[in-house]
Design a protein. Structure first.
Length: 120
């Protein structure tokens, strides 16, 4: 019989961010950057950008993150791009997560668009 995930924590953007960062750390994501979007964008409170060493690791990091968010908060995050594993976007509401292969991350340079000048 399938186990139904029951939320174990209160869902706030800060709690969500903490869970995202913990999950990425547990799965050995590299070069994790968090960007505070509060007051800059209405799409989310935070953006997190991370890298995996291979397409397989990018997909695995992303899948585990979505599972943990469901288990911890009862949140069904939307995920795009897992099949190719080059760039996976996870929309968890108040936190948007991008997981890249390093070459793809370097090409798009999302940090440069969102971080203040001189931060990258």
């Amino acid at each position: 019989m399938a186990r139904i995930a029951r939320p174990t924590k209160t869902l706030t953007s800060d709690a969500l961010l903490a869970q995202v960062l913990d999950s990425l750390s547990d799965d050995k994501a590299e070069e994790v950057v968090q960007i505070d979007l509060r007051g800059k964008s209405q799409m989310a409170d935070y953006m997190v950008i991370a890298s995996g060493r291979s397409s397989r690791q990018v997909a695995a990091i992303s899948e585990k993150l979505v599972e943990r968010l469901k288990e911890t908060f009862g949140l069904s995050a939307r995920m795009e791009g897992k099949d190719t594993g080059d760039w996976v976007l996870i929309d968890a509401g108040d936190v948007i997560v991008h997981v890249f292969r390093p070459e793809v991350r370097e090409f798009y340079q999302l940090e440069k668009m969102w971080l203040p000048t001189g931060s990258v």
